[in-house]
Design a binder for this molecule. Structure first.
Ligand code: RIB
Length: 313
């Protein structure tokens, strides 16, 4: 990638402390099992995407909210260490920091419960800090771990200012307001999210393309459906469709693979690379994130992404 001066991404989203239990298999409802390890790792979809961008060399700020507690302090410190600009994170002494309870099995599958905490209090003061920074931004990344009203208002403000809006609709909340779709330039659901948003099952590439086209018809410019080991498909409002196979890696933990995908995709787009090349960056970053345990701990740097891309040419 080339020089990235004057290029800047903002993430408006969640910060969570992830409490990760590694387990031989995921428990059934009502079942108690013995786990192997407990790890405390910074996460949250917003924070993860900010770190993914920063590690790929994109100047990145995050706007969000943590509790005035030890998790909040640690989350901010980790972001700063990764190179993310953190001055727009509010510390809220009325609520605890967001926490995610995560179980990861030996196949790399996971279950996640998010307690939003401070993320659930994101509102107008946070929007004000975001809006004051939009004139410097090229891209705004959004997810759904903060209140939907705040996501909608942020998308509206960015759209009005010509800032590209990328929405990762996770955790999915269907139906999304119909007036949100035309404010979104790029929507990046996984198969479950695409299925719930489109209103029909997404079980293979054909149905994923149909879902992407359905969501484009609601006003999104580009919809990319991530299918894990089956790669990705996409559709655009201009009528193009495409698909790419996944990069072959040995996955041990898929937590934050979607965040890495979004970071890699936007890092390449910020640099002016064409969509298909940017999608390869996203897929390589996502694949690499599955080879390490943890959210921010698993996010690759530019050299690692470039090495994977070069190895499969
Ligand atoms: O996308 C992964 C993230 O989802 C985790 O870091 C966890 O915090 C949840 O928000």
């Amino acid at each position: 990638m080339s020089d990235q001066s004057n290029k800047y991404a903002i993430v408006f989203g969640s910060l969570n402390m992830d409490l990760v239990a590694t387990v031989p298999r995921l428990p059934l409802p009502g079942e108690t099992i013995l786990g192997d390890r407990l790890l405390t790792i910074p996460g949250g979809k917003g924070a993860n995407q900010a770190v993914a961008l920063a590690k790929l060399g994109v100047p990145t700020a995050i706007v969000g909210r943590v509790g005035a507690d030890s998790f909040g302090t640690a989350l901010c410190e980790q972001l700063a260490t990764a190179g993310v600009e953190i001055t727009a994170i509010a510390s809220d002494d009325s609520v605890a920091s967001g926490v995610a309870l995560i179980a990861v099995d030996t196949q790399g599958e996971n279950q996640i419960i998010v307690i939003p905490g401070a993320n659930g209090q994101v509102g107008q003061p946070d929007l004000d800090r975001l809006i004051s920074r939009l004139p410097q931004a090229n891209f705004l990344l959004l997810q759904l771990e903060i209140p939907l009203a705040a996501v909608g208002a942020a998308a509206q403000a960015a759209h009005q200012q010509g800032v590209q809006v990328v929405l990762d609709p996770a955790p999915v909340r269907a139906p999304l307001p119909l007036d949100l779709y035309p404010l979104v330039d790029i929507l990046t659901p996984n198969a479950i999210e695409a299925s719930q948003l489109a209103g029909f099952p997404v079980t293979d590439q054909k149905s994923a393309i149909a879902a992407a086209q359905t969501l484009c018809d609601r006003g999104v410019q580009t919809v990319i459906v991530t299918l894990g080991g089956a790669g990705i498909v996409w559709a655009t409002a201009a009528g193009t469709i495409g698909q790419l196979a996944a990069y072959p890696v040995t996955a041990i933990d898929t937590v934050a693979a979607g965040d890495a995908f979004n970071g890699g995709l936007v890092a390449a787009l910020v640099d002016g690379l064409p969509l298909e090349t940017a999608l390869r960056w996203g897929m390589a970053a996502g694949a690499l994130a599955t080879t390490q345990v943890g959210a921010q701990a698993s996010l690759p740097d530019r050299a690692a992404v470039q090495t994977l891309l070069d190895s499969v040419r």
